[in-house]
Design a protein around this ligand. Structure first.
Ligand code: ZN
Length: 275
């Protein structure tokens, strides 16, 4: 199991399902942007379809999933309004026998984007869920969904955002970026932020929070927190400010993040080069 599942407080709940292979039929992952709820829904699905149940990367299930064509994983939403035809299609697919995984998994991203008609169709689906189906809805806030849907679901709360919920999502990634010594590992973490400006911004918010907290704590107690010395934190804050400007100037997100990680790296080796 990778870091993403290990570090998070919903780990026990989701991890137990993967271990026992006893799955909750209908879950609602709620949390604002940047909390990792959509990533986790995909990651969870991948662990279900993996023939070895551990996201092994070596089996046919993992390979099919990676290709985006696993017939047992149906993903909709994430791009504006979710229309009733999409829910009907989903229903049809869920009613087919699992092809390979033993379960059919549906992920409905941004479920709050369902039209009223779609939500009604979803409700019907939940009232008579197809056998062996696992349905995961994600939404920024459960209050945006009809109570009839929420009351039927197992709500898994991913929190407000990375900065406020320090132990998961972007915040734990930010911590790792600051603490890992290997550039390759840092780049690995950064990869998933490279496509989305909002997510990259969120990661930077988290980095900034950690750095500011480190400075405050050090001033208060005279001790380092998170292994960061005030002398290191200040130039990193400046670097962050510069990186935000680069983002606003529409430089490639990945380039900006990699540059940031490289400079964090450099600062460890030769602190004098800062400023
Ligand atoms: Zn596998």
């Amino acid at each position: 199991m990778d870091m993403r599942l290990k570090n998070k407080r919903y780990e026990n709940y989701l991890g137990e399902q993967l271990e026992t292979r006893q799955f909750t039929g209908f879950m609602l992952f709620v949390g604002q942007k940047g909390t990792g709820k959509n990533d986790m829904a995909s990651y969870f699905a991948k662990n279900i379809v993996c023939e070895n149940g551990i996201n092994c990367q070596g089996c046919a299930g993992c390979a099919l999933f990676e290709s985006g064509n696993h017939p047992d994983v149906i993903s909709i939403g994430g791009g504006g309004r979710i229309k009733i035809a999409e829910i009907r299609e989903l229903n049809k697919k869920l009613n087919l026998k699992p092809y390979q995984a033993g379960h059919k998994i549906a992920i409905i991203k941004d479920a709050h984007q369902m039209t009223d008609e779609s939500a009604n169709a979803m409700l019907k689906l939940l009232e008579e869920p197809p056998e062996k189906s696992i349905i995961i809805l994600t939404a920024e806030d459960k209050a945006l969904l009809p109570e009839t849907i929420v009351s039927r679901s197992q709500v898994v709360d991913f929190g407000i955002n990375g900065a406020q919920q320090e132990d998961f999502g972007s915040a734990s990634d930010a911590r790792e970026i600051l603490q890992l010594s290997s550039v390759a590992e840092k780049f690995n973490i950064i990869q998933k932020y490279g496509k989305d400006k909002a997510m990259a911004g969120n990661l930077m918010d988290c980095l900034e929070t950690i750095l500011r907290q480190a400075i405050l704590a050090q001033n208060r107690t005279g001790k380092e927190t998170a292994g960061i010395h005030e002398a290191e934190a200040l130039p990193l804050l400046l670097l962050l400010a510069r990186s935000r400007q680069y983002l606003n100037n529409n430089l490639s997100i990945r380039f900006v993040l990699e540059n940031l990680a490289l400079n964090i790296q450099r600062s460890e080796n030769c602190p004098d080069k800062w400023n």
